[in-house]
Design a binder for this molecule. Structure first.
Ligand SMILES: [Zn+2]
Length: 205
């Protein structure tokens, strides 16, 4: 008999949820009630990696309702022509929610960035879905000019920021001064956040 593909949550997730509901949810109960009745007005769209070690809510100390988040492999904003789920999230965050900030957050040891480097060096990644996705990062690899993973990770963030300006809703909001873009990169081992400063360089905050 074929195993059932959809089964009950594993006990570890149920226990974790119940612990959160008893403490974390209780602490923010009034905030959740207000957000539920009034809706969300998050000031910031965060584009972050799916990597399990990177939690934008934690590292920015964000409260519920503060970060509208998109997660994908390599915290990537593809060119606007891609018109995928990321595009829809960006259009909604900017056009409907009216966020005033977009943060692209990269990180050390990113598997998606490493896969891009392998692909650009001529390796066959195997899975066509992964290959097609990380191919969006090829201009970053060419821009970084070397196989240095930190430089490539930073350049990947810059590429996503440039791609964001190709989204009509983003370009329009930036032009009228209602939206600004930011780039950041977290070193997982030290917990140090590097962010693009006013001079355009990554520097520790
Ligand atoms: Zn990653």
């Amino acid at each position: 008999m074929t195993p059932a593909p959809i089964v009950a949550l594993p006990p570890s997730l149920v226990e974790g949820h119940l612990a959160w509901r008893g403490v974390g949810f209780e602490q923010d109960r009034e905030l959740y009630a207000r957000l539920a009745s009034e809706g969300q007005r998050p000031p910031t769209l965060l584009v972050q990696c799916s990597d399990s070690r990177v939690d934008g809510v934690a590292l920015f100390g964000a409260a519920p309702g503060e970060l509208f988040a998109v997660r994908n492999v390599a915290n990537l904003v593809p060119p606007a022509e891609a018109r995928d789920g990321i595009s829809a999230a960006i259009a909604y965050a900017v056009g409907v929610l009216g966020v005033g900030h977009i943060v692209v957050l990269g990180h050390s040891g990113c598997g998606g960035v490493a896969a891009c480097a392998d692909l650009c060096a001529g390796q066959d990644l195997g899975d066509p879905m992964i290959t097609e996705w990380v191919s969006h990062l090829r201009p970053a690899w060419e821009g970084a000019g070397a196989a240095d993973p930190v430089a490539l990770g930073h350049e990947a963030v810059r590429l996503s920021l440039r791609n964001l300006l190709g989204y009509p809703a983003v370009a329009e909001a930036v032009d009228r001064g209602a939206l600004v873009l930011h780039g950041a990169w977290i070193d997982i081992a030290s917990g140090t956040l590097h962010a693009i400063d006013d001079d355009g360089a990554f520097a520790p905050v």
